[in-house]
Design a protein around this ligand. Structure first.
Ligand code: UDP
Length: 473
């Protein structure tokens, strides 16, 4: 019966690196705890998933992505990281066409649970047809989940007239102040995106619950608030990036790295502990050339060795770099520029790395936390402003670079080199940096304990399994 047989769980991540990586790492948690684990994806995402799965005991099943005739998208568009900004809405909308093939697979395999991305709101109903519970995975922690829920419920943004006027988010511990410009839906979005988010929210409320990529000790107040005040069912099983730390079966993550990993490690080995600053803005963000120039000069002026990930094709010229920059930095061994995909976690975990300049995607935030690093927060869009606030004001391991609005909105020009230099120095040198680093290292220890046997995330996994077994009785 359900009490003793092996449970089978389906995972269905949205087609983007930033969603696939944490979902597979979550699947690793289930596989390592002895559950039968299947990831569902589409043919063109299969290689990416397979690389991220590595040797873990996870089965991959593919369902066909709708054709260009059905979606209006170009041939071969199955991953949002390859889309232009204009195509994201049609892409999100077209995924509803995966409903039939997913239901066929559910009917065949009859898993005990499906953990599906927030961007597949229809999955709750699909699963319900077969009596299967659906859990939502946003890849977020409790703080951004709480802020999103309270903004949605109380709409404090409707009471302010300008985009830059701060307002307090009601019914949230800690007087959290934001502006309209820091909400995931800005005026840049037409109603369609808002509609998609509304659907996601409705399906979440009908679902079995939410899995948070977090651990209790990191945000006890918001974990409790989410469950007890907002009345949501949730389990915290993170940080999921720690599920991929076992060197014996360590997998690559996401895209193929654009740098030889051994070369990268050798470069890092030649640097002093805690001296290198790692700069990366996630899997998608590209900056205008004027901003890249300021970042280059700011890093150089900071005097710290750096690894800087720039999402520019290697075929593009280097005109965006300041005159003589590579000669003065890269050629002198003072900097490494990775054009394309970096082996981020490998870099963050190296002892030479002492700080992280980040756009504050939740995955990057957790990876910085687990590596025990002070961070410069430089949010761009989506819920990144919430995450940045979390690091600077709640966890207090972050220092803000001062960005207040969505990238590309409201003008204002690039963040200047002096500002970047100052922020980098604040997390790398001096008393304040040392204090932040000590705190960050303590929190990293807590994260490790949380996922070990008896830790809070390890135990919450047991609660989830208990809930499932008693539900399906
Ligand atoms: N990542 C990476 N190399 C890169 C860029 C990103 O390994 O060059 C990984 C990063 O470690 C994280 C994920 O991609 O796991 C990005 O997720 P995040 O939530 O930080 O940001 P997003 O890309 O979704 O904006």
């Amino acid at each position: 019966g359900i009490h003793d047989r092996q449970l089978h769980v389906f995972f269905f991540p949205f087609f983007a690196n930033g969603h696939i990586i944490p979902t597979i790492e979550l699947a690793r948690v289930f596989a390592s705890r002895g559950l039968k684990t299947t990831v569902v994806t589409t043919p063109l995402n299969e290689p990416l998933i397979s690389r991220t799965v590595g040797k873990a005991n996870i089965t991959i099943r593919t369902i066909k992505f709708p054709s260009p005739e059905q979606t209006g998208l170009p041939e071969g568009c199955e991953n949002s990281d390859h889309l232009s900004g204009m195509q994201i809405i049609p892409f999100l909308k077209s995924t509803v066409l995966l409903r039939d093939p997913l239901e066929q697979l559910l009917q065949q395999e009859r898993p005990d649970l499906i953990i599906a991305d927030m961007f597949f709101p229809w999955a709750t109903d699909s699963a319900a047809k077969f009596g299967i519970p659906r859990i939502v995975f946003h890849g977020l922690g409790f703080f951004p989940l709480c802020v999103s829920a309270c903004v949605r419920q109380y709409k404090p943004q409707d009471k302010v007239s300008s985009y830059t006027e701060p307002f307090v988010v009601p019914n949230l511990p800690g007087e959290i102040t934001i502006t309209k410009m820091q909400l995931p839906q800005t005026p840049k979005h037409d109603g369609e995106f808002t509609k998609l988010l509304d659907e996601a929210n409705a399906s979440e409320l009908n679902s079995y619950g939410v899995i948070a990529n977090s651990f209790y000790e990191l945000e006890p107040v918001y974990a409790d608030h989410y469950r007890n005040e907002l009345g949501r069912k949730a389990w915290h099983l993170g940080p999921v990036c720690l599920s991929n730390r076992d060197t014996a079966e360590k997998a690559q993550r996401g895209n193929e790295a654009m740098i030889d990993e051994h070369e990268c490690l050798k470069w890092l080995d030649s640097k002093e502990p805690d001296s290198v600053v790692y700069v990366c803005f996630g899997s998608m963000t590209t900056f205008p050339d004027a901003q890249l120039k300021e970042i280059a000069l700011g890093l150089e002026a900071s005097g710290q060795p750096f690894i800087w990930v720039v999402k520019k094709g290697s075929s593009e010229n280097l005109e965006w770099l300041p005159e003589g920059f590579e000669e003065r930095t890269v050629d002198q061994g003072k900097g490494l520029i990775i054009r394309g995909w970096a082996p981020q976690v490998m870099i963050l975990d190296h002892k030479a790395v002492g700080g992280f300049v980040s756009h504050c995607g939740w995955n990057s935030a957790m990876e910085g936390v687990c590596a025990g690093l002070p961070m410069v927060t430089w949010p761009m869009y989506a819920e990144q402003f919430y995450n940045a606030k979390f690091l600077t004001d709640i966890v207090k391991t972050g220092v803000s670079v001062g960005v207040q609005t969505w990238i590309g909105m409201m003008g204002g020009g690039p963040v200047k080199k002096e500002v970047i230099e100052k922020a980098v120095k604040r997390i790398m040198v001096g008393d304040e940096a040392e204090q932040i680093r000590n705190r960050a290292k303590e929190i990293a220890q807590m994260a490790k304990r949380a996922v070990e046997e008896g830790g809070s995330s390890y135990s919450d996994f047991d609660s989830l399994i208990e809930d499932l077994r008693s539900r399906t009785l």
